[in-house]
Design a protein around this ligand. Sequence first.
Ligand code: CUA
Length: 158
Amino acid sequence: MHMHKFEKAWLIFGIGSLLVFLTVLGVSAFYLGNQPPSCLATIDPEKVDATAPFNEPGLKKVEGKDWDYELVFVASAFSYNPASVEVPYGAKVKIIATTKDVVHGFEVAGSNINMMLEPGYISEHITTFDKTGEYLIVCNEYCGVGHHMMSSKIEVVK
Ligand code: CUA
């Protein structure tokens, strides 16, 4: 079979980039352990206030886990509970959040933390705060008339 050399070149390029893509994906998933958020953790959105850990929002020290603290947030129109929280510098923190009503966002400005909070689901993110200062948390999912006022803050202290 005769193949034009350009056709051959493009075929090699196409198959080559597919292999590179699959290799990067494979290393990321199986070697580095990167996975999309599971969405397997569910909650009854009407009973958020009565369900642990959301019955006690805020920062809590934990033992025997891969992280040092759990930071629990409950979002509702148009605020976060807690409205502000102090986190020790350098601590490994698992942020656990959900919403009581509609979809809200949870973006920590100046970081790569950006979650969507959906009614009925629990969103989690593990992070280490290795810069002191104030981090603004904003809602980046339009949720109603008070959307633009919805915020909280994390203060990282030594
Ligand atoms: Cu909550 Cu926008």
